[in-house]
Design a protein. Structure first.
Length: 437
C-alpha cells in the first residue's frame, strides 16, 4: 500500500484493545532517527525519485502520523527531548552543540529513557549520533546505555569520520576509534549485531543515523576528505544515495527481527530530528530546518507493533518527539523516578484506536542573534512570531502556511501569545545549568 498526503489525512483506523502488558514479555524497542530528512522524501509520504521500501514497510505494517513534530528545528534539542521525555529548554539544550563546544551537555542529574528502561530489565544500546555533549560525563554510557558506538558531533565526514574542524569523531564507549567504512553501514552493522546477540533480556536499541545530514556523501563513492570549503557541496542525487542506503540498513534490521522471530513483540519507530535541509523535499510544508515554519519542524513518523497497532492505519493525533518517550516507557511498563514529570503523553491509546485524537498545545522557541522565532500550535491553529511579526495559520487546511489569519482572529493571537509567554516563564524557571541557544 502506498501512502500519499491524501492517504495520510484519511480516517483513523481502530482495532480491538490489546491484552494487558502483564500477560506478555515486555516488548523490544527499536527507535530509529534520521537526520535532516525532508517530509516528502519517503515513498510512504509521496517521494517519486527516492525508493524507501523498508521504511515504507513499517508504515504498511503499522501506523503513520499525519501531524507529528520534532521538538526542535535542529539536531541537539530534539535528541535531548527524546532522551529525557521533556522539553529541551528544561536542560538548557535549546540549539545545536557546535564543534569545539566542549562544556555543554546533558547532565546525569537528568533522567533518561535508557536508564528508565534499564531499571525495567532492558539491555540498552545507542549506535549513531549522540550530539548531547563531548565530555565523558555527558556521554551516552553515563545516561544508561550499555553500548555506544557512533559520533558525538552534529555531523562528520562519512568516510574519514572527522568533523569539519579536522577532529576524529568516531567513538566506542568514550574512546575514539579509527576504522574504515561508510558511517551509515558501520552503524547498521553494529545494530544488526546487537539484535542478533541480544541475550535473554528485552532490548532497547536507539539507532540514530547521521544520514542524510551534510556532508552530502553517497555510499560506494569515497571522495577526498572534505574541507570547510566543500563541506556543504552536493546534489539531490547524492542525497538520494544516502537516504536509500539508510533505508537498506533499516531493512537489514527488520530482516534480523524476522529471522529471529522477534518481529511480533518488537516496537519499531522511524522518525526524523527536524525538517529537511536544502536538498530535501518538505512538500507540502513551507521553509526548512532551522525555522519554526512547518517545514522546519513537521516530520514523518511511522510505528509498527504487529498485533498491537493495526497495519496500514493512520493516526491523526497531533504529537511531538517527546511523546515517543512516554509511549515507549508505557509499552514497557517503565516509569520515571518519583517526582519527575515527563512533558510528553502516551500515544498508544490513539495508535491502537482506543482513544480519539485530543486537542494539544505545543511550543517552540529559537532565540539566536540571527533568528528569533516563537511558535505555538493549539488544535489546528498555529501562532508564529518572527521578532515582532505575528502570524496565525490553520495548518490543517493550509499546511503550507500561505494564508495569515492574524488580522481576522486577533483574540486567538492574543490567547496563544499569552500561553507561549507562560510556557517560556516555566521553562526559564527550570534553571538549567547552562543554555545552548
Amino acid at each position: 500500500m502506498r501512502f500519499t498526503w491524501s492517504v495520510l489525512v484519511a480516517a483513523f483506523v481502530s482495532c480491538a484493545q490489546p491484552p494487558p502488558a502483564t500477560e506478555r514479555r515486555p516488548p523490544n524497542i527499536i527507535f530509529i532517527l534520521s537526520d535532516d530528512m525532508g517530509f516528502a522524501d519517503l515513498g510512504c509520504t509521496g517521494a517519486t525519485d527516492i525508493r524507501t521500501p523498508h521504511i515504507d514497510r513499517i508504515a504498511r505494517e503499522g501506523a503513520s502520523f499525519t501531524d507529528f513534530y520534532s521538538n526542535g528545528p535542529v539536531c541537539t534539542p530534539t535528541r535531548a527531548a527524546f532522551i529525557t521525555g521533556r522539553y529541551q529548554q528544561r536542560v538548557g539544550l535549546e540549539w545545536a552543540i557546535f564543534p569545539g563546544q566542549k562544556e555543554p551537555g546533558l547532565r546525569t542529574s537528568e533522567t533518561s529513557i535508557a536508564r528508565m528502561l534499564k531499571d525495567r530489565g532492558y539491555s540498552t544500546a545507542l549506535f549513531g549520533k549522540w550530539h548531547l555533549g563531548y565530555k565523558p560525563e555527558f556521554s551516552a554510557n553515563a545516561h544508561g546505555f550499555d553500548e555506544f558506538f557512533g559520533l558525538l558531533s552534529g555531523n562528520h565526514d562519512f568516510y574519514s569520520h572527522k568533523e569539519n574542524n579536522g577532529e576524529l569523531d568516531l567513538v566506542e564507549g568514550t574512546a575514539s576509534v579509527e576504522m574504515a567504512g561508510y558511517t551509515t553501514d558501520l552503524l547498521t552493522e553494529r545494530a544488526d549485531k546487537f539484535v542478533r546477540n541480544r541475550g535473554n533480556a528485552p532490548f532497547f536499541l536507539y539507532l540514530a543515523y547521521n544520514a542524510v545530514h551534510w556532508p552530502f556523501q553517497p555510499p560506494d563513492r569515497p571522495d577526498t576528505v572534505r574541507t570547510r570549503d566543500t563541506w556543504y557541496s552536493g546534489t539531490r542525487e547524492d542525497y538520494k544515495g544516502m537516504l536509500e542506503r539508510m533505508d537498506h540498513g533499516v531493512g537489514r534490521i527488520l530482516k534480523a527481527l524476522d529471522e529471529l522471530g522477534l518481529s511480533e513483540n518488537t516496537i519499531v519507530v522511524f522518525t526524523n530530528d527536524n525538517g529537511g535541509e536544502r536538498l530535501s523535499n518538505n512538500t507540502p510544508f513551507s521553509n526548512r530546518k532551522g525555522t519554526l515554519w512547518e517545514g522546519g519542524i513537521r516530520v514523518p513518523c511511522v510505528v509498527r507493533w504487529p498485533g498491537r497497532i493495526p497495519a496500514g492505519s493512520v493516526c491523526r493525533q497531533a504529537a511531538i518527539t517527546m511523546d515517543m518517550t512516554s509511549t515507549l516507557l508505557a509499552a514497557a511498563d517503565a516509569k520515571p523516578p518519583s517526582g519527575r514529570r515527563l512533558d510528553g503523553i502516551d500515544l498508544l491509546p490513539a495508535l491502537q484506536g482506543r482513544a480519539a485524537p485530543i486537542e494539544r498545545t505545543f511550543f517552540w522557541r529559537i532565540d539566536r542573534p540571527q533568528i528569533k522565532q516563537k511558535a505555538a500550535r493549539q488544535g489546528n491553529l498555529k501562532y508564529l512570531r518572527e521578532r515582532e511579526k505575528e502570524r496565525l495559520f490553520d495548518v490543517a487546511s493550509d499546511p503550507g502556511e500561505k494564508t495569515d489569519l492574524a488580522s481576522a482572529r486577533p483574540e486567538k493571537v492574543g490567547e496563544l501569545r499569552e500561553l507561549l509567554a507562560r510556557w517560556e516563564a516555566e521553562m526559564d524557571a527550570s534553571n538549567p545549568p547552562f543554555k545552548v541557544k
